[in-house]
Design a protein around this ligand. Sequence first.
Ligand SMILES: [Zn+2]
Length: 145
Amino acid sequence: MSPVLSEFERAIERGLFRVPECTECGAAVWPLSEFCSVCLGVVRLGPGYGDGSRRLRGRIVECSMEIPSGRFTGSSSSSVRRSFFCLVAFECGIRLIARLAAPVPPAPGDLVVLSSCGLSPEGSGYIFEVSTPDAPEDPASPTNM
Ligand SMILES: [Zn+2]
């Protein structure tokens, strides 16, 4: 595993999404790679998002499907909101599939913010969650592990 990848995974394990950036041209590099896909410059990790101190904003590109309730372990909260998988174009220039909990499906162009991230339980990838910025911040975050 490359140093930048292990550093990235250590951060996302703690719920921080550190955007990989090219040190030469400044492009956000995703999927994460040691070298920039544009200019082959060295990639470093930028500031982290996801702990609430900084907000990474994006817009819904498309909403693909609704996740059946009960599929996620540990989500036995009182919330009756539904979950959707969305393709989100973030302001830093990268696109991610993220989960959105909302009462109704989002529309393309809707503004969202990255609210949390982490490693998937199977260890096969990353989990990203977004929320709509209009909604009040959830004081009881369900991500206590
Ligand atoms: Zn570059």
